[in-house]
Design a protein around this ligand. Structure first.
Ligand SMILES: [Zn+2]
Length: 146
């Protein structure tokens, strides 16, 4: 799952590493309305309740909800890239870069099954070595990097 250096640190605060060294995405689940969100919240972002939200480990599989192909860059950001929104199995909707697919809308089907993988942030940005970030890859290609 993680093909970055073993001592790589997560880029985002919503990424954690379990006891086996496997990175995963941290989410919040509300027991009042069942909403699941990326990251930890004390109050539910959907219904606003307090004290009913617990931290959960988000799934590492999902389906592509939408995407855009980004050609506009900032210094150090590699383009083009596919910015995707994925509905994760078990709840939570997460944005991230979709890899291993040609940046051609005709080749990116909505609803495509994808896996969450953690790789070196240097895939997306210059000077990303030493950090890991989450990415999506088509599920039919996901096993290759595990
Ligand atoms: Zn709620």
């Amino acid at each position: 799952m993680n093909d970055g250096p073993n001592d790589a640190r997560p880029v985002a605060p919503y990424t954690a590493i379990d006891k086996t060294g496997a990175p995963y995405l941290i989410g919040s689940r509300c027991s009042a309305c069942s909403a699941t969100h990326l990251g930890y919240f004390e109050n539910c972002p959907k219904c606003g309740v307090r004290g009913e939200v617990s931290e959960v480990r988000l799934g590492d599989h999902g389906v592509l909800y939408n995407f855009t192909i980004v050609h506009r860059s900032l210094p150090g950001v590699k383009v083009p890239f596919i910015s995707a929104t994925v509905d994760l199995d078990g709840g939570g909707t997460v944005r991230g870069n979709l890899l291993e697919v040609e940046p051609d809308p005709a080749k990116i089907p909505f609803g495509m099954p994808v896996n969450v993988q953690f790789r070196s942030a240097s895939i997306a940005v210059e000077n990303g070595d030493g950090y890991i970030a989450h990415f999506f890859v088509p599920a039919d290609r996901g096993a290759r990097a595990r």
